[in-house]
Design a protein around this ligand. Structure first.
Ligand code: KG4
Ligand code: ZN
Length: 355
């Protein structure tokens, strides 16, 4: 059994995962109510709330899994990328626990953990027995939009990434523009569902950088959406107008994400595609990737929604794979482990940080 800890943004999470990837507990203490009134995550508030929630969240995960700390074979923790003050809370908790128990510490890259999530298993998900390395993965979250070639657990090569806003940020900013509460991605998703159910459509919005390499850009699309919204007289900015704009923006974002994922598979000569990260909860994106996979004879692995948005099961799952590959830290390497704030391309080097 391995304990995973996640605190890179506004979710305090702890999970217990077995060596075969089976999730025995996945506890998430959300801070959404703390940040909603500010319309986004306030880093200092997030760190302070992680401090309050960390101990009880770890205790809940252990008790839900029916284990004690002494049963743990290691502690995995998100060590980056993320908000520095938030990462530090999780890292220090993990170091203290691993050191006191005499078990290895496994620092994990948050994005690599997202794309490893399909390998988890639980009573309703059998994992991904046919998923092989290398494969292509699209990680879409509030902070990242990355297309990667995944060579092995935690060993990735970035093929393309966003040049400005992440996809989740584009969803959240669009929602904020229309006066919807934070986090807005799920609201846009629901509005787009309502639009489809009621036959509401709008003129297409731009698909930035479509057919131009594997990098993404969402700022132009965001501006086009804002201009369209602000051109409406205030009395016309009702739920119908919100649904029309949400559907048009989501269609543009999904189109770009799907087309580039397919292009990445073609360029790399790979047929397996993983979809992960908070934005992978989006019903339009899930359907779009599944349809494109059928069209292009690809095998799509769409992570179950409960392991898409930030959670610690994905951290523990990748931690297990890295631990069995010999990447656990002990002794002075454990004590000197630090957060690293940029994305790594290789496994955690024995001895500490990677930048
Ligand atoms: O992976 P995640 O939980 O945290 C980060 O690592 O950033 O992703 C959070 C992002 C937010 O931008 C949120 O609005 C977005 O995922 N999101 C969605 C949906 N559910 C969450 N975006 C679109 N549609 C959804 N259903
Ligand atoms: Zn995330």
């Amino acid at each position: 059994m391995l304990l995973g800890i996640e605190s890179s943004c506004d979710e305090t999470a702890a999970s217990v995962v077995a060596r075969d990837g089976r999730v025995h507990a996945s506890v998430i203490a959300s801070q959404i109510p703390v940040h909603a009134r500010y319309g986004g995550v306030v880093p200092e508030l997030a760190s302070r709330n992680h401090l309050v929630a960390m101990g009880p969240t770890i205790a809940s995960a252990l008790s839900e899994a029916g284990v004690t700390a002494q049963d743990l074979e290691g502690v995995a923790v998100t060590a980056g990328p993320g908000l520095a003050g938030c990462l530090l809370v999780g890292l220090q908790a993990a170091k203290a626990l691993a050191w006191s128990l005499g078990v290895p510490l496994v620092p994990v890259n948050h994005i690599h953990a997202h794309v490893h999530a399909p390998f988890l298993k639980d009573d309703a998900w059998d994992g991904a027995p046919t998923l092989r390395f290398p494969h292509v993965a699209l990680a879409v979250s509030g902070g990242h939009t990355s297309l990667m070639r995944v060579e092995a657990p935690g060993v990735v090569r970035t093929l393309g990434q966003t040049l400005d806003d992440a996809a989740g940020e584009a969803f959240d900013k669009l929602a904020k523009l229309m006066g919807l509460p934070y986090p807005g991605g799920v609201q846009i998703d629901q509005l787009a569902i309502d639009a489809a159910a009621n036959g509401l459509t709008d003129a297409p919005l731009p698909r930035p950088l479509l057919n131009k390499g594997l990098d993404f850009s969402f700022s132009g699309l965001k501006t086009a959406a804002r201009q369209r919204w602000e051109a409406l007289p205030p009395e016309a900015r009702d739920r119908t107008a919100q649904a029309r704009l949400a559907a048009a923006a989501q269609a543009a974002i999904v189109d770009v994400l799907v087309e580039k994922s397919v292009a990445a598979c073609r360029i790399e000569g790979l047929r397996q595609l993983v979809l992960a990260g908070g934005v992978a909860c989006n019903t339009g994106l899930r359907a779009g990737i599944a349809a494109a996979a059928r069209r292009h004879r690809l095998e799509a692995f769409v992570t179950p929604a409960r392991y898409c948005s930030d959670n610690a099961a994905m951290v523990a799952g990748l931690g297990q794979a890295l631990l069995s590959a010999g990447h656990g830290l002990t002794g002075s390497a454990l004590l000197s482990a630090d957060i690293f704030v940029t994305q790594r391309t290789g496994p955690t080097p024995a001895g500490g940080t990677a930048r």
